[in-house]
Design a binder for this molecule. Structure first.
Ligand SMILES: C[S@@+](CC[C@H](N)C(=O)[O-])C[C@H]1O[C@@H](n2cnc3c(N)ncnc32)[C@H](O)[C@@H]1O
Length: 142
């Protein structure tokens, strides 16, 4: 194998590994505490955010009242299991607070890619996008 090809493969592997790096809850808390006043009555989208695992999703559900959020939408990519998503707002849960574990996960029709029609549909509905995106697609994502 040529040296250039090998370097490309190693770089791709490194990027793929970085793409599945999950942000720690303590880092999310430390960062988002600076933006608390921006979330009032807002719809937050986490569109690169395996909803079963992501601490961003957990953070927003657990702090729904404190941040005075209107709605949270969290979407996951199919390549790490299923393309799960959830939408959380008080109307759907009889206006009562619930824990993250009680959130009802649903399946997307597509693969959950942030460029997909379903994901863009949620993007149009959202006021704020919060996530830690895949590093390998950072430019395209932004
Ligand atoms: C750096 S991880 C961060 C995960 C989560 N946002 C967090 O901070 O804990 C990036 C996530 O984006 C997902 N991802 C990769 N490519 C994607 C794409 N094209 N569309 C949507 N999500 C993607 C990966 O599966 C991974 O879960």
């Amino acid at each position: 194998m040529k040296k250039g090809n090998k370097n490309n493969i190693l770089r791709a592997a490194k990027n793929a590994k970085k793409d599945e790096f999950y942000t720690q809850l303590s880092d999310i808390e430390n960062e988002l505490k600076h933006y608390k006043n921006y979330f009032n009555n807002k719809i937050v989208l986490c569109n690169c955010d395996n909803p079963n695992v992501s601490n961003f999703s957990r953070y927003f559900v657990d702090n729904f009242d404190k941040l005075k959020l209107k709605k949270i939408i969290s979407i996951g990519l199919k390549n790490i299991g299923s393309s799960n998503f959830f939408v959380y707002d008080r109307d759907k849960y009889n206006n009562s607070a619930i824990s993250f574990e009680q959130i009802e996960m649903k399946q997307l029709n597509g693969d959950g890619d942030f460029r997909s029609e379903e994901s863009i549909h949620f993007l149009k509905e959202a006021d704020i996008v919060v996530t830690n995106p895949p590093f390998s697609l950072f430019r395209e994502y932004v």
